[in-house]
Design a protein around this ligand. Structure first.
Ligand code: PLP
Length: 362
């Protein structure tokens, strides 16, 4: 990597990902694991995470888009890769050339794809209640009949749960029942998979042949409910840190940052961090704690594009490390905490860290 002159960085602990992967597999009752590395491995580095999970027993990789699959191939990864999203038919030649598995997600797509010459690999997606992509259960026989013929090599069948991360969901049970009905119509030998992280952790009874593990592999809980059921066995893999680059004492009543929304209440030590909303530290995170010398210190005043300010309990030296996500001393700030403050789900947190933040993945 080119020289980096700003101390702001994301470090990814691949061993934590390997441990989480083993934990998920155990919880799920020892099925195959499809490591989901879409969206640059949820911001953790797709190729590096893919390599690590394959070395630690993952049987297959899954991504959302054709381009993500090609990226893994160009990084030298030769494992099976499933594109779970909709690939245009125009991608099929590249999929054939690169041995990429596509998702057959509608009768129309299957009919169009049938015109391609030469074989290619597919998994059939069944929409049992997510309402996103996939054939309807009533279309299963037609789809399966079409997929028996060339150019298709049907290798798997899957569905996706909408409510696996909530307590006692009737929809979850309904989806399982519908999927099992469809499975009665398929022959043997297909790789059957349904579970995301939440289902893998909470519902080993529906692990089938394989589970598709994403968020939990990165050490982040799919939901508060999953966390309340599980405790905290997952180990966050990403640490976001920087240094306090400027420290000053301001007298009581001094404004801090755009709009002067914060004024010091007394003489206060204010530190400046070289990270802002252009890095993914959204303005709505004003008030969020950061760790400095193992203590929680709040972001005060508006977060700027490239910088933000924190209120320090005492004078510190410029260059003192600051952790925004991760551990310092005995304190930890998790993606779940940011998500709570932002009124969103933890999934969004690693995904919103922008490309300006260099990743150190090891
Ligand atoms: C993203 C995704 C997953 C992984 O979900 P997690 O909740 O992150 O484990 C699995 N299956 C499909 C179809 C997905 O889109």
């Amino acid at each position: 990597m080119a020289e980096i002159y700003r101390p702001t960085k994301a470090e990814v602990d691949l061993d934590a990902i390997a441990r989480n992967l083993r934990m998920i597999r155990r919880s799920a009752g020892d099925p195959m694991v499809i490591a989901v590395v879409k969206a640059n491995g949820y911001g953790h580095g797709a190729a590096e995470v893919a390599q690590k999970t394959l070395e630690n027993g993952a049987e297959m990789l899954a991504v959302a888009t054709p381009d993500e699959a090609l990226h893994l191939r160009s990084a030298g990864i030769d494992a099976d890769i499933l594109v779970m999203g909709a690939s245009p038919v125009s991608f099929i030649p590249a999929a054939q050339k690169n041995g990429i598995i596509l998702t057959a997600y509608s009768i129309e797509w299957i009919q169009q794809a049938a015109a391609v010459s030469g074989e290619f690999r597919v998994h059939l997606k069944v929409d049992t209640g997510m309402g996103r992509i996939g054939i309807q259960p009533a279309e299963a026989e037609e789809a399966l009949a079409l997929l028996q013929r060339t150019p298709f090599r049907l290798e798997g069948i899957f569905t996706h749960f909408a409510t696996a991360d909530t307590a006692d969901s009737p929809l979850f049970r309904e989806q399982v029942a519908k999927f099992k009905e469809v499975l009665k119509k398929t022959g043997d030998g297909l790789m059957v998979h349904a579970s995301n992280s939440a289902a893998a952790l909470l519902h080993p009874e529906v692990s089938f042949d394989a589970v598709r593990a994403g968020i939990a592999m990165y050490g982040i809980n799919p939901s508060g409910y999953v966390e309340s059921e599980l405790g905290s066995p997952l180990q966050p893999a990403l640490t976001l840190s920087t240094e306090v680059i400027h420290v000053k004492k301001l007298p009581a009543g001094s404004p801090v940052s755009y709009g002067a929304t914060y004024r010091t209440e007394q003489d206060e030590w204010i530190g400046t961090l070289p990270i802002g909303y252009a890095d993914g530290l959204l303005r709505a995170l004003q008030g969020q704690d950061v760790l400095v010398r193992g203590e929680r210190v709040p972001i005060v005043g508006r977060i700027c594009m490239d910088q933000c300010m924190v209120r320090l309990p005492r004078e510190i030296k410029p260059g003192t490390p600051a952790v925004l996500l991760g551990m310092q001393g005995d304190e930890r700030i998790r993606a779940e905490e940011w998500a709570e403050r932002l009124g969103t789900i933890p999934y969004e947190i690693p995904c919103m860290l922008t490309a300006r933040i260099p990743r150190f993945i090891r």
